[in-house]
Design a protein around this ligand. Structure first.
Ligand SMILES: Nc1ncnc2c1ncn2[C@@H]1O[C@H](COP(=O)(O)OP(=O)(O)OP(=O)(O)O)[C@@H](O)[C@H]1O
Ligand SMILES: [Mg+2]
Length: 237
């Protein structure tokens, strides 16, 4: 088994459909978002600090209600939505293994594998940890890892869920170029083979271009509506 096995339920349906969305808390941060994300796509969200990028991801995840408009996520399976938070949300005093297993135990359903559930979970954890290049740290408590290594633990935990939609908030920060390539290769291979989709927040515009199929710019309180129709090379800043 590898992390690249299928995660799709209804592969032909769009995974995210946002219509006339306004995001924010008491006051709107950004408005006029219309976005359709299909299977296999990687969309990046860029924009200055404090503009509402994390809020946008949390709105898609259902953690923050939109102020107006609708958002539909075609993710029905348990563990189908994988969220890599900006602040990671790892259990710092327990091992890398334990943290990644938190994803695997959601992603491996008992009925599917019957009595071999434990071994499937174990295999899933090992393959995801290996894909992130942190096998030698697997028994270490997370608090003893570097910032970039901790980000890879959070990514492994999310891949172990085999999500249909990955929401990733600055998940490449603190990584060097070699690690970025390795992490991206693993995540892209998963997305391609499973039909999942990914929306990522990335403060580095050049990296966003390198990583994603389309880019959405949140700037000055507006979600730039024309980006939807353009390819990444055509985006002007
Ligand atoms: N729970 C909350 N309640 C009220 N306001 C909030 C809440 N969380 C964030 N905000 C505010 O919303 C604005 C956008 O925050 P958000 O975290 O979405 O920005 P961001 O674009 O992700 O920034 P960064 O690039 O620094 O991570 C900020 O002004 C922030 O103070
Ligand atoms: Mg943020």
């Amino acid at each position: 088994m590898s992390i690249n096995e299928s995660a799709s339920d209804d592969a032909k349906d769009p995974i995210v459909i946002a219509k006339n969305l306004t995001i924010g808390y008491e006051e709107p941060l950004a408005s006029n978002l219309n976005l359709v994300v299909k299977s296999g796509e990687i969309i990046s969200i860029v924009g200055p600090s404090g503009v509402g990028k994390t809020t946008f991801l949390r709105t898609i995840a259902g953690m923050v209600s939109p102020l107006s408009g609708t958002i539909e996520c075609n993710v029905k399976r348990r563990g189908g939505l994988g969220y890599i938070p900006q602040r990671l949300g790892l259990v710092r005093h327990t091992s890398v293994y334990h943290n990644v297993d938190l994803g695997a135990r959601v992603g491996v359903s008992f009925g599917e594998f019957g009595l071999s559930w434990w071994s499937e979970r174990n295999k899933r954890v090992l393959s995801c940890v290996e894909a992130m290049g942190i096998s030698e740290k697997i028994r270490e408590p997370v608090r003893r890892l570097s910032g970039g290594q901790q980000r890879r633990v959070a990514t492994a935990r999310t891949l172990a869920q085999r999500p249909k939609l990955i929401l990733a908030d600055e998940f490449l920060s603190e990584l060097d170029d070699d690690n970025i390539s390795a992490v991206l290769d693993a995540v892209k291979a998963y997305i391609e083979s499973s039909g999942a989709a990914m929306i990522l927040v990335e403060h580095d515009i050049n990296r966003a271009k390198q990583v994603s199929d389309r880019m959405l710019v949140i700037d000055d309180g507006r979600l730039n509506p024309f980006i939807e129709k353009l390819t990444i090379q055509e985006v002007k800043f």
